[in-house]
Design a protein around this ligand. Sequence first.
Ligand code: SF4
Ligand code: SF4
Length: 362
Amino acid sequence: MSTLPPPMGLLAELTHRCPLQCPYCSNPLELKRASEELDTASWQRVFGEAARLGILQLHLSGGEPAARADLETLVASASAAGLYTNLITSGLMLDESRIRALAAAGLDHVQLSFQDVDATGADHVSGLKGSLARKLAFAGHVRDAGLALTVNAVVHRQNIARVPQIIALALALEAGRLEIAHVQYYGWAFANRDALLPARAEVDEATAIVTAAREQLKGRLVIDYVTPDWYGARPKPCMGGWGRQVMVVTPNGEVWPCHAASTIPGLIFDNVRAKPLAEIWQHNHAFNAFRGTQWMTEPCQGCEHAERDWGGCRCQALALTGNAAATDPVCELSPAHGALAEMARDAATASPPPFRYRRIGG
Ligand code: SF4
Ligand code: SF4
């Protein structure tokens, strides 16, 4: 009998459709069309399988999950299965009555993304005019429906100066939690890295502001802070370690160990249309390819941090070295770390090129 513990969370990417076009979107460059999406009954079955596998948290994401007309039905099914449900949304496709219906269906939590606190900046990053005002109205509806709210703000060189205003916005919206996340450079963000990467001094200043605010706002606002990998000395345990904590189900039902796993050549993915989640978790080729420490090469192999950071991000290792099994170049012990530092310096000092916006069909 296997002793593999179940994952903690399921990230259900219900659709790749989204009214926004953020140039750092975590979706793959090849976006799925509506005609390829799983139907309602398939998602409901997957949520039941997830609960039986021992998964506790369901993150309903996209694209924009509210682009699915059956979102309320899906939330009700997930809630009935006993899953904690978190909706990750742009807030642009949910009016007051829909958010009330979601609360009635059992939704536990809303994570609302902001592209900027400045209307012009928000329009520029999202590729949509007027998005900020609509998000502010949506946050009010979430509060009125009695739902817990987290504000999520992705920061980069074009909005990093406004970190203090981002913190003020979260307070004004009475959010319980604020996540300030520097862009992570894979997928669309890797394609836009020269337009997004801030200089190290800007990152240090933002970090100091967040550290001070955390202290000052203790008991009032929890601030999560995701630092940019490229200026680190040690990598993060990507997704809590490959095949350890999270399963990602794509709009068409493929199951991946992380958002960007499809960029790694040679991995074989299973689909929930053909196999139950529990079987995929235990036996799928892609999940087992980088699970644990056996696959590691030097210097990760035998390193005292191997079971802490699990060698960092496989997709980042591939994007930067061409080898998914290499040590993540973010680690200063990696032979590629110096080249990454140089690339970061070049990207942050060049004048930012125009965004390549996220669009279905390129
Ligand atoms: S990051 Fe932007 S484009 Fe991507 S799903 Fe979220 S809101 Fe839509
Ligand atoms: S060598 Fe590998 S395991 Fe050790 S700290 Fe660096 S990335 Fe982590």
